[in-house]
Design a protein around this ligand. Structure first.
Ligand SMILES: NC(=O)c1ccc[n+]([C@@H]2O[C@H](COP(=O)([O-])OP(=O)(O)OC[C@H]3O[C@@H](n4cnc5c(N)ncnc54)[C@H](O)[C@@H]3O)[C@@H](O)[C@H]2O)c1
Length: 246
């Protein structure tokens, strides 16, 4: 099984680290903030989508939960965490300058075979690939919140991404229980398929409210009732930001 480092252990990183550890990978979750690491550790074990809850719901045995927790470490020491990583999954805040700097540093800190994947919500993979000397091994692996539950694996490749990298990440995503869909990079637009389509809907929902046609609560209720969605467009914004913890 792969050795995984997840960089950024916030809402997404903690869930991603959990999924990978449950699937049998050795995982180091890295964050610059020690309080986030403490909180993530609690979330992975005892949170709404954590492994103890999975045991209660019959999704994992108590032994599988213990073994997953045993494979997962939380650390501020990034260089040590990535030194033997086969795949790094970046989940730091959605700021391009931050991600580019991180990819440049990860390129220097990881072995040559390491795949550098980003959970960006919308930056072009080309921009991250260009920051490294291994553009063939850079890819977007976009997850949805809550990561332990949602099946999304929106995998974005650019011209530089090798077929081998695409195949490895797709196979890994399937193995950890997700549905990989490989799409092309769009250099001048923020967002892949999920967020571009979603934000188009949000724009229209805001227009409906501005026109005085309905309130945001009414829009949410109508969309849930009409399309059998678990949440309306505005509920989705609040839920994704908090990791659906409530
Ligand atoms: N929240 C969602 O629903 C969602 C869904 C899909 C993708 N994303 C994307 O995932 C990424 C992370 O989002 P999030 O919601 O988990 O954010 P978050 O703020 O909850 O977590 C980001 C974490 O990164 C840490 N961090 C910042 N700089 C760092 C560094 N240099 N090294 C290590 N850790 C660092 C922060 O301390 C923080 O804990 C973003 O790119 C976001 O767009 C978010």
């Amino acid at each position: 099984m792969e050795n995984i480092a997840v960089i950024g252990a916030g809402v997404m990183g903690a869930g991603i680290a959990q999924v990978m550890a449950v699937a049998g990978c050795q995982v180091a979750a890295v964050d610059v903030d020690s309080e986030v690491l403490e909180q993530s550790k609690i979330e992975v074990e005892l949170g709404r989508f954590g492994v103890r809850g999975a045991v209660e719901r019959g999704k994992l045995t108590a032994q599988e939960a213990d073994q997953a927790l045993g494979r997962l470490s939380f650390t501020q020491d990034r260089s040590q965490a990535v030194a033997e990583a086969d795949v790094v999954i970046e989940a730091v805040p959605e700021r391009l300058d931050l991600k580019i700097r991180l990819f440049r540093e990860l390129d220097a800190e990881t072995p040559p075979h390491t795949i550098l994947a980003s959970n960006s919500s919308g930056f072009p993979v080309q921009a991250l690939a260009a920051a490294t000397n291994r553009p063939d091994k850079v890819i977007i692996w976009h997850w949805a919140s809550p990561a332990p539950v949602m099946k999304l694996a929106e995998i974005v490749r650019c011209n530089d991404t090798s077929d081998e990298t695409v195949a490895k990440v797709s196979e890994l995503a399937s193995r950890v229980g997700k549905n990989p869909v490989v799409i092309a990079d769009a250099a001048n637009v923020w967002g892949y398929v999920s967020n571009r389509v979603y934000f188009a809907m949000i724009q229209e929902a805001r227009r409906v409210i501005q026109e005085g046609v309905a309130t945001s609560e009414q829009v949410d209720q109508i969309m849930m009732d009409c399309f059998r969605w678990p949440s309306g467009p505005f509920g989705m914004i609040a839920g994704a930001g908090s990791g659906w913890k409530k």
